[in-house]
Design a protein around this ligand. Structure first.
Ligand code: NAD
Length: 451
């Protein structure tokens, strides 16, 4: 589905018109393609505070084939190429005065940032200190990064990763994600990593090779995109959808060389049946993506019980029941499993006419946070992904005005694509993402709705 406004705004005539009228000019985002280098140009790494991660980050970048250049002079002048990424290691801040160094490093470097550039700030979590001054400085970075993400143009993003002492080993996977085209529509986010036992490095092109992944709601839309991306990354995909979607489901499963399972996930014995099938046919499952979801919108005052119950059943209860069944069935869920639950921006910000949907999607976040410690103990992870405005068949049917406004109300000034949600899920599914647990990752282009 093409973005007619973006194409127009970037045409010769459209550029003139949008400039004169002060209209947004959404950029073509850099998205991941297999074989692509991590970054299309050099990166610069600077520090504010102690900067305990700086050498490690520089090493990780060099290992990934990135050229790391010296910090940019205060006047923005440099002989070199424009920067594809600007990384600030802000670990070890002692108080607000240390933040001046963040400004002094970032300001000139940003003048040299290429389109679809990446700004990534690494910091200690604000909760990990008893010093108010230190907590203030750490929390201040959140305001800085969220504002910077709103200032950047041309498809560039800014994100913040909290790395507590001892969790340095968990940094490599988020670092690669945020710098790569996989995170094209993830902007203005704060992610926390924790210490975790990491497997030996996986093949960068096929990080899910040998893994079995089950995806619910895989017959179309975002679920079909998730099936394609997981299969591209090496997984055998078990694609689940309602029997009525059987034909489309079979097409997707065939396309990705996977297995189709026609199943209503709200059926009484759906969880135990699927769990037993996964054990018998696949020897268990490594990756579970709870993607199936429905909307039945109405103002609460007019909402009948059927609308409320059906949305809660598919979007929340089925995720709980299926996960419980997998945990309860011997051999169904691999010890180092990755469970990814699709939530929604509506579950964070709320949405008029969607009390049922937003309640179900907020419930998913509560469920993920509650299960995360138990999952960590077995070496597994459970995370939520909250999409914002994603261009699907569903949103294509919205009236033009509503669709245009809805899709532009974010820092990237465009709707995301199903593949953007799928790339984020595939990253969370990677063995190397063991240190990302209990997180909610919004794939919303930094939507102006919600925190
Ligand atoms: P979609 O309607 O295109 O696809 C959902 C799929 O789930 C369908 O194939 C449907 O048959 C399947 N499904 C529904 N009930 C089921 C059941 N009981 N058992 C098995 N399968 C069932 O929706 P989509 O836009 O691709 O959304 C996918 C997920 O992303 C949903 O959870 C949705 O809430 C969430 N989401 C979407 C957007 C967006 O902008 N499209 C935004 C935020 C969140």
């Amino acid at each position: 589905m093409s973005d007619w406004y973006r194409d127009f705004a970037n045409s010769g005539f459209g550029t003139t018109i949008t400039k004169q009228l002060g209209l947004p000019r959404p950029a073509q985002l850099r998205r991941y393609e297999p074989g692509q280098p991590l970054l299309p140009g050099p990166a610069v790494v600077g520090s504010a505070g102690e900067g305990r991660l700086r050498d490690e980050v520089t090493g990780l970048l060099r290992d990934a084939g990135v050229t790391v250049v010296s910090p940019v002079a205060a006047d923005g002048s440099t002989d070199g190429e424009r920067l594809a990424a600007v990384l600030l290691d802000a670990t070890g801040l002692t108080g607000p005065a240390d933040l001046a160094a963040a400004h002094d490093f970032l300001a000139p470097a940003l003048k040299r940032l290429r389109p679809s550039g990446r700004v990534l700030v690494l910091a200690d979590p604000p909760t990990g200190t008893s010093s108010p001054a230190q907590a203030a400085a750490r929390q201040a970075l959140e305001g800085l990064v969220r504002s910077l993400a709103k200032e950047l143009r041309s498809g560039s993003t800014a994100n913040l990763v909290h790395v507590p002492l001892g969790a340095e080993g968990s940094l490599a996977s988020p670092l690669r994600f945020f710098l790569s085209g996989r995170s094209a529509y993830v902007d203005g986010q704060v992610l926390a990593v924790t210490a975790a036992e990491l497997p030996s490095a996986a093949d960068a092109e096929q990080p899910l090779a040998g893994k079995v992944a089950v995806v619910t709601g895989a017959a179309r839309g975002i679920g079909a995109a998730i099936a394609r991306v997981l299969a591209r990354d090496g997984a055998h995909v078990v694609a689940v959808d309602v029997p009525a979607a059987g034909e489309q489901l079979a097409q997707v499963a065939n396309e990705v060389g996977g297995t189709a399972v026609a199943l209503d996930i709200t059926g009484d014995d759906a969880g135990p049946r699927l769990a037993a099938q996964l054990v018998a046919r696949h020897g268990g499952v490594d990756v579970v993506v709870h993607n199936a979801g429905i909307t039945r919108d109405k103002l609460l005052v007019n909402m009948d019980a059927a609308r409320w119950n059906s949305v809660m059943a598919v979007n929340l209860q089925a995720q709980l029941d299926l996960t419980q069944a997998l945990l309860a069935t011997d051999g169904a869920l691999k010890p180092d499993a990755r469970v990814v639950c699709v939530s929604s921006q509506s579950g964070i910000a709320g949405n008029r006419g969607q009390t049922n949907y937003a309640a179900s999607k907020a419930g998913v976040i509560g469920m993920v946070r509650s299960w995360a410690p138990e999952f960590a103990e077995r070496g597994a992870t459970i995370n939520a992904v909250a999409p914002g405005f994603i261009v699907t068949e569903m949103t294509a049917k919205m009236p033009l005005g509503t669709r245009e406004v809805g899709s532009r109300l974010n820092s990237l000034q465009q709707g995301g694509l199903p593949v953007d949600v799928a790339e984020t899920i595939a990253w969370l599914a990677q063995p190397g993402s063991a240190g990302v647990n209990g997180q909610v990752v919004r794939v919303c282009g930094q939507s102006l709705l919600g925190a």
